[in-house]
Design a protein around this ligand. Structure first.
Ligand code: TTP
Length: 219
């Protein structure tokens, strides 16, 4: 018996289920590309992301990721659908996604000189309709920022569309004194957890990458 073939019938990738990324975030696309996965389609859910009354940051990220996945899965029967939501939490408080300079400035004034948490809720719907859900927490401590430094950062526009008004993968890396937990989680997709969920749904990023290397060497 060919044990490897029996254990990994999908190793070539040709039989893997279609993967739909239910997100308009370029960061999530880039993070998936980092582990060799190119979604077959990008289909953002575009839902109302207003927090519920007294909703805590991890519960908010979990709820929104589930809603995004469910809406998009209903449009793509038989596909694997991946959705996520990233939230910056300061204690019990949810900081907004910065769509204008004033919001970003207010967020940075709150975040400077202290610790906050970043939660990404991840929801996956399998080709057979099974659902997986996780929320991953990272901790970030910003150094003290002067009002002039906040103004300089605002002028770069790097905060646009980012939860909490900053992007750790950009200039805001200059503000990070300390970080705990998953870095990719802060950027928008906790890759270790996501790859485990995808594997459970029949998409094994590491096996696909290894198979691709073997194929190119054989060519
Ligand atoms: C904290 C932080 C967030 N972000 C981004 C990740 C997300 O794109 C965004 C949080 O908003 P989200 O609502 O999670 O995602 P989105 O609106 O960009 O896309 P979609 O809802 O279609 O999935 O903030 C960074 O890029 N870097 C960071 O350091």
């Amino acid at each position: 018996m060919n044990i490897r073939a029996a254990a990994s019938p999908d190793i070539s990738g040709k039989d893997r289920p279609r993967l739909i990324l239910a997100s308009g975030s370029p960061r999530r696309r880039e993070l998936l590309a980092q582990i060799g996965l190119v979604p077959d389609m990008i289909d953002p859910a575009d839902i109302d992301e207003t927090p519920l009354k007294d909703e805590l940051p991890p519960a908010h990220a979990t709820r929104l990721s589930r809603e995004k996945a469910a809406i998009v899965a209903a449009r793509h029967a038989g596909a694997v659908v991946l959705a996520a939501d990233t939230v910056v939490g300061l204690g019990r408080r949810i900081l907004p996604k910065a769509d204008d300079a004033d919001t970003a400035r207010r967020c940075l004034a709150l975040l400077q000189g202290r610790r906050h948490r970043v939660y990404t809720g991840v929801a996956l719907v399998g080709a057979d309709g099974r659902c997986w859900n996780r929320v991953v927490e990272s901790q970030v401590i910003f150094r003290t920022l002067s009002p002039a430094e906040i103004d300089q950062y605002i002028a770069t526009g790097d905060w646009k569309g980012k939860a909490g008004g900053y992007a750790i993968q950009g200039l805001a890396s200059l503000f990070v004194r300390q970080m705990g937990g998953s870095y990719s989680n802060v950027v928008g997709l906790p890759l270790t957890e996501v790859s485990g969920m995808l594997r459970a749904a029949g998409i094994d990023a590491l096996a696909l990458a290894a198979a691709a290397v073997r194929t190119s060497v054989a060519d």
